[in-house]
Design a protein around this ligand. Structure first.
Ligand SMILES: *[C@@H]1O[C@H](CO)[C@@H](O)[C@H](O)[C@H]1NC(C)=O
Ligand SMILES: *[C@@H]1O[C@H](CO)[C@@H](O)[C@H](O)[C@H]1NC(C)=O
Length: 274
């Protein structure tokens, strides 16, 4: 983990914002994300998240999402209008794939079912990497997928908690129990560079500069590279992968709702993972 300066910056910024807000001081604040994504647009994107069929019904609220973005002022707030909309659409598409309850013939189509799950239902393990001494697992705790990005593994729960002000190693369950923290973990993952991977944010706003190794691996900027950052080890470099196609399908639907183009390189089938 080499992003400690970024972590402490976002932590401090988040706290400053909150203390300014509670003191009633009007600071030079970034514009609220609600300018680009109204509650109506959010609801039309996530048509079924509060259905009875969804275990996460009533958990992922618009208010929590908007509130969480205030800790990450560059999110959806970098570049021109199209870039800003495209980044938000890409983020919402990726978290939708991670939490989908959709299926091919689902009502309103498979891409209307994001944010249906808040935690992994049948985890294959506790996702404890015991070789990681910096973020040691706490006995009996599971670091399975939770929240919009399905945060997984002790080495993600530890630093996410440190950045956001909760004990990710002792209390990982909070990510499935507190909607604000849940959205913050997804945004933390999106905004934070974890070398050798760039951040998803930098890729979507055109700040990614590929290394020689990236070029040799076909890791060119675009939504497909974001998929590679999130789960490339399992999904990229495979022709016509169903999971990758699902991520793309969400993005295409959401980009249309935002009235923005998707940009190039949607797929990662020709990319090597990091
Ligand atoms: C959420 O918190 C409640 C009460 O503190 C607890 O009973 C429940 O098990 C928690 N849920 C999860 C998913 O951790
Ligand atoms: C890069 O992509 C091309 C097709 O565009 C493919 O032929 C080549 O094998 C890819 N290289 C790697 C390293 O995957």
């Amino acid at each position: 983990m080499e992003s400690s300066s970024l972590i402490s910056f976002s932590l401090i910024f988040c706290f400053i914002l909150f203390s300014l807000a509670s003191n009633g001081v009007e600071a030079r604040r970034p514009p609220s994300i609600s300018y680009l994504i109204s509650e109506g647009l959010f609801d039309s994107i996530f048509l079924h998240k509060d259905d009875n069929a969804c275990p996460a019904r009533n958990f992922y609220t618009y208010e929590s999402f908007v509130q969480a973005t205030k800790c990450f002022p560059k999110f959806g707030n970098t570049g021109n209008l199209a870039t800003r909309k495209r980044e938000i659409a890409a983020f919402l598409a990726q978290i939708s794939h991670e939490t989908t309850g959709g299926w091919a013939t689902a009502p309103d189509g498979p891409y209307a079912w994001g944010l249906c799950f808040k935690e992994e239902v049948r985890p294959q393990s506790n996702y404890c990497d015991s070789t990681n001494k910096q973020w040691p697992c706490y006995p009996g705790k599971s670091y399975k997928g939770r929240g919009p990005i399905q945060l997984s593994w002790n080495y993600n729960y530890g630093p996410a908690g440190k950045a956001l002000g909760f004990d990710g190693l002792r209390n990982p369950q909070i990510v499935a129990n507190n909607s604000l923290i849940a959205f913050k973990t997804a945004l933390w993952f999106w905004m934070t560079e974890q070398k050798p991977k760039p951040s998803c944010h930098d890729v979507m706003v055109g700040k990614y500069v590929p290394t020689e190794a990236d070029l040799a691996a076909n890791r060119t900027a675009g939504y497909g590279l974001v998929t590679n950052i999130i789960n490339g080890g399992l999904e990229c470099g495979i022709a016509n992968d169903g999971r990758v196609n699902d991520r793309i399908g969400y993005f295409q639907r959401y980009a249309q709702l935002f009235n923005v183009d998707t940009g190039p390189n949607l797929d990662c089938e020709n990319q090597k993972s990091f």
